[in-house]
Write a protein of this length. Structure first.
Length: 141
């Protein structure tokens, strides 16, 4: 069962997930607002540079959450009886789902950061090449 299915069935979303979900939603909404300005998906260099720190911050927060999530598997049952063993198995199952969810979000954020960095480098390179071409043209070369 995926983390999304667990959340859909139980209606329970772990507190750290709520915080990150809100941050992800904000970054996606900002990206969508930028993209909605034209018929196609276009961002200028300044818009991409403004989005990059938001996504880097989200990525960093998710990296910390992955580290914390890995510790949930270290929980031990409070007693050596059947009820305690059943409870700890449920804890482990939930911990695994939570860690998978956070890791998926981290992968998405890392991909978005990488894409923005590539786009910024490409746009900056294009702008620089264009400026060089204009400068050469202006010199009569």
């Amino acid at each position: 069962m995926t983390p999304q299915e667990v959340i859909a069935q139980t209606g329970i979303m772990p507190a750290p997930f709520n915080a990150v979900f809100g941050t992800v939603q904000q970054a996606v909404e900002t990206t969508n607002r930028v993209a909605a300005g034209g018929a196609g998906f276009e961002m200028d260099l300044d818009e991409m540079k403004a989005l990059l720190p938001q996504w880097e911050s989200l990525r960093d927060e998710l990296e910390e959450m992955v580290e914390v999530a890995s510790q949930f598997r270290r929980a031990v049952p409070p007693a050596d009886d059947e009820a305690s063993r059943a409870q700890i198995e449920a804890v482990y199952a939930h911990a695994d789902l939570y860690q998978q969810s956070v890791e998926q979000q981290l992968q998405y954020a890392e991909g978005y950061v990488s894409s923005l960095q590539t786009a910024i480098s490409g746009t900056a390179g294009s702008d620089s090449a264009s400026a060089d071409a204009v400068a050469k043209y202006g010199q009569g070369s």
